[in-house]
Design a binder for this molecule. Sequence first.
Ligand SMILES: *Cc1c(COP(=O)(O)O)cnc(C)c1O
Length: 367
Amino acid sequence: MIKYLDLKYINTLHQEELKDAFNRVLQSGIFLRGEETSIFEKEYANYIGSSYCIGCSSGLAALTLIFRAYIELGIMKEGDEILVPSNTYIASILSISSNHLKPVLVEPDIDTFQIDASKLEEAITSRTKGLLIVHLYGKNAYTDKIKEICQKYNLRLIEDNAQAHGCTYQGGHTGSFGEVAAHSFYPGKNLGALGDAGAITTNKYDLAQTVRMLGNYGSETKYVFKYIGSNSRIDEIQAAVLRVKLKYLDAENRRRVEIARTYIEKIKNPFIKIPCSNYLENNVFHVFPVLTKYRNNLQEFLSNKGIETLIHYPIPPHKQNCYKNWNNLKLPVTEYISQRELSIPISHVLTNIEIENIISSINTFNP
Ligand SMILES: *Cc1c(COP(=O)(O)O)cnc(C)c1O
């Protein structure tokens, strides 16, 4: 049986170091806003290449705090429009709408799965204040064209880096290209905690200060509340866990890329479209997506061979019940992807034998 992602095995590989980390926290007697958090924040800011990092309780909390901070700072206001890719995970969009901003869905490019920069300008109005790019499936979404458009229309560029920790582009890390970025450390992400956790990175002092206060009840000084805040802090335990796992991230990502290269070289099936070789660039392969008209058959076929797969994502945001107003929108590229995408296992712990098994199984698939 090849699991899509074997979280037990992945984490028990670091068992001794993780036990030391738990023990440090236990012995310190400090479970929030302590040394593990402040050191992790420094290490992660340094890794991403940002001046500031603020630990959060989840990726969604990080995203939500960012838009809340823009509103508190008077940079955005209710009803302002934020461009966002229409094929992203729901959290990107929830963070916008929960702040009473208006998400404007922009279709992805079918080859990269990233927001289609050529469709941005037609979506911009006088109310457009920001662009939330999502480095979806672990591939960089930032380009010169995106930079130009943000400058030309004075848009705030925000990055959703939940799926792309460690991904690089032109010598920098994703999460350092926009004005601010949100990161998720959900257990299944490339950098995963042992529970919920997230972070915000930015070079802007005022944004950093504001999100930190907003995530700590709107307070900087104990019992003094400047904003209507929330409790969106990271736990000391999770910060300590992430300090252990951050050290291995680059090596694990390199293994993911190696597996992706093998898939691209060796998967050959006329019924299945796999990404082309330049999809390997600027990618840490949180997900390895294949497209096929026979997606459900392929998933069942692989399942019968003991190979677990997932779909990212079966129902796009605009077809969800929670966004009823959008249900009649036509977003053909997004819908096409949602009907045909299948994610095959790509975690760093797969053995070469398992990889060969996955490849030969896919190559023998005949709908
Ligand atoms: C996982 C994810 C999030 C949300 O992160 P959580 O930590 O689960 O709240 C946001 N955006 C994207 C693209 C994600 O994949």
